[in-house]
Design a protein around this ligand. Structure first.
Ligand SMILES: [Zn+2]
Ligand SMILES: [Zn+2]
Length: 436
């Protein structure tokens, strides 16, 4: 008898990843819907749109949600989509997908690769590509919506599905909030979002408790001098040399002023000045992105940038530089609610298997899902692996690195990625709102 009991326990342990009836039902529903999801994904992938121009994507997403009987409002925050699914008394859960693509010319060679070119807001002709996988995120949203509509008997409450514009510019979530997202529609008690991650294989997910992504500030510095002849620099105040000094001095904020345990990034991504080799210009423009992970550090680093630029100018006899802080473009740091994260991570481990759920380090990347969380809504944001397993394993053994998000070769493997996205999203929602 005892022998059989032990055998029974061993059998249970061996089949620890066997699906619960709930997981099995979700998987079956995702399977039944997969042909539609595949077509939806490839259509959006081939027709990407830049931030705040997601007109077609929003229309298709709204149509898909409406087809499931969800009440949809369009043009919330320029191009945002809001679908409200009411299902009795219970908490309100917001589920967000972003919709915008990037000004990148696609080089994946996929049959459904984007060939789209448009003029961007500055009038430049650019290729457009879903290089950040927001097409996957939006597809998973429609998949989860269909599952959740079909399984209404398993949960109670309200789900607000969001198609968010302009994540890449950090403006979309703020625009939707400004347009009354939390006043015109049920205010969420919880918020979920998933996002692609090119460094992990399809079928895997990763997460982080607490601090996950950074504060993102955009600073412009107009370095001023006094122009003149390149052969008579002594009669000028050369803003090119001064800008070069400022760029280097800014590096010492991170390396000489800050505690390495509290990571920051001060990156000068744009330096523009001058028209001709023998003309010293009057001005040089610098554009910076500044990343920090807490609010005190943020203030100190922004102050340090002003100090470094000002005193470099003083040392060069130059007029004070003009420093502009784009406050509207600020994206706050993203924090994952600890309790919500632990609950969902346990659920994902049980469902996908321990080896497919990874804890990841904090990133200095930005993510404006934080705008919802910063308004007091406990949030959980997780990453979805997208890479082919063989390519992932080869990269671990010193092979070619994987193409991550924002690369022109970023190419999620659609089926396992989307199936895992829809499964984790639907399961997390049902468990949170489970009907008792
Ligand atoms: Zn991105
Ligand atoms: Zn993204």
């Amino acid at each position: 008898m005892r022998y059989f009991a032990v055998l029974f326990i061993l059998l249970i342990a061996a089949s620890a990843h066997a699906d619960s009836p709930l997981v099995a039902e979700i998987k079956k529903r995702v399977g039944d819907d997969y042909a539609r999801l595949d077509a939806f994904y490839k259509d959006i992938h081939a027709n990407p749109e830049l931030a705040m121009h997601e007109v077609r994507t929003a229309r298709i997403l709204a149509k898909a949600l409406r087809a499931d009987g969800i009440e949809v409002t369009e043009k919330v925050g320029v191009t945002g989509v809001v679908g409200v699914l009411k299902n009795g008394k219970g908490p309100v859960l917001l589920i967000r997908a972003d919709m915008d693509a990037l000004p990148v010319t696609e080089k994946t060679g996929l049959p459904y690769a984007s060939k789209v070119q448009v003029r961007d807001d500055d009038g430049q002709l650019v290729g457009v590509m879903h290089a950040c996988g927001h097409d996957v995120n939006a597809t998973c949203l429609t998949g989860a919506a269909k599952v959740l509509v079909g399984m209404k008997d398993r949960w109670r409450g309200t789900i607000v599905f969001i198609g968010q514009p302009a994540e890449e510019t950090g403006m979309g979530a703020a625009k939707m909030l400004e347009d009354g997202l939390f006043e015109r529609f049920p205010k969420p008690d919880y918020a979920f979002a998933l996002h692609c991650d090119g460094r992990y294989p399809a079928g895997h997910v990763n997460f982080r408790e607490g601090k996950m992504q950074a504060n993102v500030d955009s600073i412009d510095i107009l370095v001023r001098g006094k122009g003149g002849h390149g052969a008579a620099a002594h009669t000028t105040i050369d803003p090119v040399v001064l800008a070069a000094r400022i760029v280097l001095d800014l590096q010492t904020i991170s390396s000489r002023e800050r505690d390495p345990q509290d990571p920051i990034a001060v990156t000068v991504g744009v330096i523009q000045g001058g028209t001709k080799r023998n003309v010293i210009p009057n001005e040089v423009r610098l554009q910076l992105t500044v990343r920090t992970t807490n609010d005190t550090t943020r203030k100190e680093v922004l102050d340090a940038i002003t100090r470094v630029a000002k005193f470099a100018a003083l040392g060069a006899r130059a007029p004070e530089p003009v420093i502009t802080h784009d406050k509207a473009g600020f994206t706050p740091a993203l924090y994952n609610d600890v309790e919500l994260t632990r609950k969902n991570v346990a659920l994902f481990r049980e469902t996908l298997g321990e080896e497919k759920v990874h804890e990841r380090p904090m990133s200095l990347g930005g993510e404006d899902f934080s705008q919802f969380v910063r308004r007091g809504v406990p949030g959980f944001y997780w990453h979805l692996g997208v890479a082919p397993l063989e390519a992932y394993e080869a990269s671990k053994k010193g092979g070619p690195p994987l193409a991550n998000t924002h690369s022109d070769r970023f190419a999620p493997v659609p089926e396992p990625t989307i199936r895992t996205g829809v499964l984790t999203m639907s399961l997390a929602a049902i468990k949170l709102l489970e009907a008792k």
